[in-house]
Ligand binder design. Structure first.
Ligand SMILES: Nc1ncnc2c1ncn2[C@@H]1O[C@H](COP(=O)(O)OP(=O)(O)O)[C@@H](O)[C@H]1O
Ligand SMILES: N[C@@H](CC(=O)OP(=O)(O)O)C(=O)O
Length: 418
């Protein structure tokens, strides 16, 4: 039994969906669970729609119409006119119509999940219909009845016992007669509300399914040849890793290598299930295999770039030392605002923390900290992490830029740059 994950880039248009069908046709003798993300940049568009709805913006209907037209055009290109999937997708979009007719609920994260989740619900309808149209027996599954989470909207915490029980209860029998197609990124609460697992969380969904089902392997089909030493969109002359250990890959994703969601690897490592990262345009290429005891010599440093960073400098109002109780209060405030710390450093009189900028989360966090502390910040910064670094590589990457914070350990250098 294999689990495949197809991300937004792989199904961004009709040729992408056709290619997905071609990729899986080589695995006709296998039992397959296929996890699919929203098409192309739909999640970003749905985020924009959510903001427009909550802010009462005039462009709300225009944004929604564009999202619908994008999907209807793909359906038309795949199936022509009058295929039943058109109604399935239209009925799914109606859930947004109902929501935006009413005044916004006061929990932004709740609204976000109910709207943004529609991206995966419609993409999987289209992919499932295409696979059936191509003669595969394919079953569409609503993942919200299988991935059970608490009600932490936008970062649902998975109840693993309940989730594995649901998955192992139903899926093996479905796989006897069909491929299973379901949504990445989504979960459901015990009150049947929709949650999401955090941006780019479809890799994590695939890992949950693979782990609960004891899959032979999980393959994530990407628009890159495999895992490279750096993002090829930012660096030339990248090298591909043929193999990586779970540990190295976990470190890379922890520091922000966006090619794999950070929560993906641990469940796979625990169950000793290899993760293959392969190019969806060249399905026969070997890609990268992540497994225990992988052999690789790092001839070039691994470079991880995180843009849009904010560096906060926090000090006490009376300029006394930063004590443990101050730190406890600071971390409590970060946790309450669901903001993750990327890098931090203490000195006698101030505490510096580097975080991702988020338009919804930053200002409320800043105001909450300001209630007790003196707080300054610098934004539009870049956090660069080099693993297996050389002095030369650090010099090259920081040349001509101001270093606002730096940390060095035996294997890793991190710098916050302006
Ligand atoms: N070290 C890396 N190796 C390969 N790709 C990387 C790396 N770091 C960042 N990326 C980026 O990750 C992207 C693929 O991940 P992602 O967009 O999440 O895929 P998908 O949404 O299709 O699952 C690539 O297009 C590439 O720009
Ligand atoms: N569609 C969601 C979940 C996801 O994982 O997408 P992708 O696989 O395209 O990164 C997002 O964009 O966050």
């Amino acid at each position: 039994m294999l689990v495949f994950k197809f991300g937004g880039a792989s199904v961004k248009d009709a040729p992408g969906v056709i290619n997905l069908g071609n990729v899986i046709s080589a695995y006709a003798d296998k039992k397959l669970v296929i996890i699919v993300s929203a098409m192309g940049k739909t999640t970003n568009a749905l985020e924009k729609l959510t903001r427009a709805y909550v802010n009462g913006s005039d462009d709300m209907n225009g944004i929604f119409e564009e999202i619908k037209a994008y999907h209807y055009n793909i359906i038309k290109e795949l199936f022509g006119d009058n295929h039943p999937v058109f109604d399935e997708v239209a009925n799914t979009f109606v859930e947004i119509d109902w929501m935006i007719e009413d005044e916004p609920h006061d929990d932004y994260d709740f609204i976000y999940d109910q709207i943004v989740s529609i991206g995966e619900l419609v993409s999987t309808r289209i992919v499932n219909a295409w696979l059936n149209h191509q003669g595969f027996a394919s079953k569409w599954l609503d993942v919200r009845g299988y991935i059970h989470t608490d009600n932490s909207y936008r970062e649902g915490v998975v109840d693993w016992d309940k989730t594995c029980k649901s998955i192992t209860g139903d899926i093996p029998s479905f796989l006897e007669s069909s491929i299973v197609v379901t949504q990445g990124f989504l979960g459901g609460t015990s009150e049947n509300f929709t949650t999401t697992l955090g941006r780019e969380g479809s890799d994590y969904t695939a890992s949950i399914f693979a782990s609960c089902l004891g899959a032979e392997s999980l393959t994530t089909w990407k628009d890159v040849p495999g895992i490279l030493n750096a993002d090829p969109k930012l660096f030339e002359d990248t090298v591909k890793f043929d193999e990586l250990s779970y540990q190295e890959a976990i470190e890379m994703t922890y520091y922000g290598a966006s090619v794999i969601h950070p929560k993906t690897l641990k469940p796979l490592q625990n169950a000793n299930i290899p993760l293959l990262v392969k190019p969806f345009m060249h399905p026969d290429a070997p890609g990268t295999i992540i497994k225990e005891n992988a052999a690789y010599t790092f001839t070039k440093p691994v470079i991880i770039v995180k843009n849009n960073q904010v560096l906060l400098s926090i000090s006490t109002t009376d300029y006394s030392f930063i004590s443990e109780s101050h730190l406890s209060e600071i971390f409590g405030t970060f946790a309450a605002h669901h903001v993750k710390v990327n890098m931090m450093q203490t000195s006698a009189l101030s505490f510096s923390i580097c975080i991702d900028y988020s338009s919804e989360r930053f200002m409320p966090l800043f105001q909450a900290l300001k209630a007790t502390f003196r707080v300054k910040y610098n934004d539009e910064l870049t956090l660069i992490t080099l693993r297996h670094y050389t002095a030369n590589a650090v010099e090259q990457i920081t040349a001509g830029r101001m270093i606002l914070m730096r940390q060095t350990s035996r294997n890793t250098v991190q710098v916050v740059l302006k």
